[in-house]
Write a protein that binds this ligand. Structure first.
Ligand code: HEM
Length: 519
């Protein structure tokens, strides 16, 4: 009592002390109020001041994040400079994000390089969720990505045929299947985009794609600490400008050629003009004064040149490595599992026979082959991390997800979740024979190789078509053996993490022709 009395007296004699005390009280009150009101972030490893967890960048792969999830749980928070990254590793959390709260998570994150190289997100894959993205997606789904459209592409059939001829020419010697199928899917998308006559510039275009791919994945301080952007901004900026310029020169010429052809056809009133490619489809929407912003949805959506270029790049990036990687992984898993390989080839013999070549209509009867492709998509989803961004402040499972948080859904880890899958690490195509087995269309959240919800893959039907055609032809026409007496158990099944997750060591195998008819 005595002590309290003395303290009050000293406060009365020192107004500064009184003010300080009051301030302290107010700050504590605000802090207490806020911490009660604000939800915490999900658990995660402790970071450093300012840089947060930026020293952990090498762990930000599907495998690294799956490992961290074992320690911190299915929802994990990392602070990368100013950016919140939330990693999602369970089917239930994926459902919450991609289904229950889909619209709050429907933005796509883009770093500085991606924004610049997509002409300020003038494409579909990196456009923010909203009316522009919706209209772009509609144009693509109707005009570019339908399965009907895929089947009308001579390019898939012809390119698969060319691949089979190449393999036949190497019968008895080792064939690098990784290289073979990557060339196949590049040829398919290139022809689908630009038309068959423009095959010749493909080498140059591949170089442009490779440089884009390096820039997309390059570490840039500006992405995490924007105020440190000046550190190496100039060199990086110059490199990006050169890359975009080379794309401009390359595609502008193709667009000009297509426009002249279209004009000539219209003048001749030639409605029976030859097969259209993607550029033809897109320039039908072209308008000189179309703009990304402020386009009146009722006046019909128009595309700029930048939109067309950026969309073509979406198709190139979305449809080439993804499909090639699944073909290679399916072949590798089957080579590693001789029993399953035998079963797939027996099915091909039973359904198609050995006296004729396989046709598209046979695909629907190749049940076990489809199961093998599915199982390969489960173990090796080519896009192992689905990259989303929160549109607005939101919360999941009692944790705060501020607007602009990066949300990485680990499709790879989810498809190996032991609570969802029996023997999750084993290649077992037969698990998909049951009618009740999960499908990848997007409503079984333990199996989302194509994503789910608004931002799910619009090229799924197209991708599956090329993928099934390639695997079916390679296995129908040829028997395969590993080179140099290698045992199936010795096959290297490691992956590398990049834009996709292909095999670290490309698959090499020796083909023997197995049909009774000539090719
Ligand atoms: C096996 C083949 C393929 C797989 C596994 C695959 C997988 C995916 C995945 C996981 C996403 C992101 C989904 C999400 O964020 O929730 C995606 C998006 C996308 N894919 Fe595919 N894809 C494949 C083939 C294709 C093909 C052939 C094309 C085009 C010809 C394509 C074009 C796209 C585009 C444009 C997007 C972005 C969609 C948007 O943001 O609205 N994909 N794909």
């Amino acid at each position: 009592m005595e002590l309290l009395h003395q303290a009050l007296q000293s406060l009365q004699s020192s107004p500064m002390l009184l003010i300080l005390l009051l301030l302290l009280l107010i700050i504590s009150f605000i802090f207490l109020f806020n911490s009660r009101r604000k939800l915490p972030y999900p658990p995660g490893p402790k970071g450093w001041p300012i840089i947060g967890n930026m020293l952990m960048t090498d762990q930000l792969t599907h495998r690294g994040l799956a490992h961290l999830a074992k320690q911190y749980g299915g929802l994990l928070h990392l602070q990368m400079g100013v950016i919140h990254v939330m990693a999602v590793s369970t089917p239930d959390m994926a459902r919450e994000i991609l289904q229950s709260q889909d619209s709050s998570f429907a933005n796509r994150p883009a770093n500085v390089a991606i924004s610049y190289l997509t002409y300020d997100r003038a494409d579909m894959a990196f456009a923010n969720y909203g009316p522009f993205w919706r209209r772009m997606r509609k144009i693509c789904v109707i005009n570019l990505f339908s399965r009907k459209r895929a089947e009308s592409w001579a390019s898939v059939r012809e390119e698969v045929d060319e691949m089979v001829q190449t393999v036949a020419g190497k019968a008895g010697s080792p064939v690098n299947i990784g290289q073979l199928v990557f060339a196949l899917t590049r040829n398919i998308t290139y022809r689908a985009a630009f038309g068959s006559s423009s095959h010749e510039g493909q080498g140059e275009f591949v170089h442009i794609l490779q440089e884009f791919s390096k820039l997309f994945g390059a570490f840039n301080m500006q992405d995490f600490l924007p105020w440190l952007g000046w550190v190496h901004a100039q060199g990086f900026q110059d490199r990006m400008a050169r890359a975009r310029k080379s794309l401009d020169v390359f595609i502008d010429k193709i667009i000009d050629d297509h426009m002249s052809k279209r004009k000539a056809n219209m003048e001749k009133d030639d409605s029976e003009a030859a097969d259209t490619d993607m550029v033809d489809e897109l320039i039908a929407y072209f308008s000189d004064d179309a703009g990304k912003e402020g386009d009146d949805p009722n006046s019909g959506f128009k595309l700029t040149r930048d939109n067309i270029k950026a969309l073509i790049m979406d198709v190139m990036f979305g449809g080439t490595e993804t499909v090639a990687s699944v073909i290679e992984w399916t072949m590798a898993e089957l080579m590693k599992s001789p029993e399953d390989l035998k079963r797939v080839q027996q099915e091909l013999t039973d359904v198609v026979g050995l006296n004729r070549r396989l046709q598209e209509t046979d695909l629907e009867n190749l049940t076990y082959l489809k199961c093998a492709v599915k199982e390969s998509l489960r173990l090796h989803p080519p896009i192992p991390l689905l990259l989303h961004e929160t549109v607005e402040d939101t919360s999941v499972a009692g944790y705060s997800f501020p607007a602009g948080s990066r949300v990485w859904i680990n499709a790879w880890a989810i498809a190996r979740d032991p609570t969802a899958w029996d023997e999750p690490e084993t290649f077992k195509p037969s698990r998909f024979l049951e009618d009740s087995s999960p499908d990848f269309k997007g409503s079984n959240f333990e199996f989302i190789p194509f994503g789910s919800g608004r931002r799910s893959c619009p090229g799924m039907a197209l991708g599956l078509y090329g993928l099934e055609m390639a695997v079916a032809h390679l296995l129908h026409c040829f028997a395969w053996e590993l080179p140099g007496g290698m045992k199936p158990s010795e096959l290297d099944m490691n992956d590398v993490f990049g834009l996709t997750a292909p095999k670290a060591v490309q698959l090499v195998a020796v083909p023997t022709y197995r049909l009774n008819c000539p090719l």
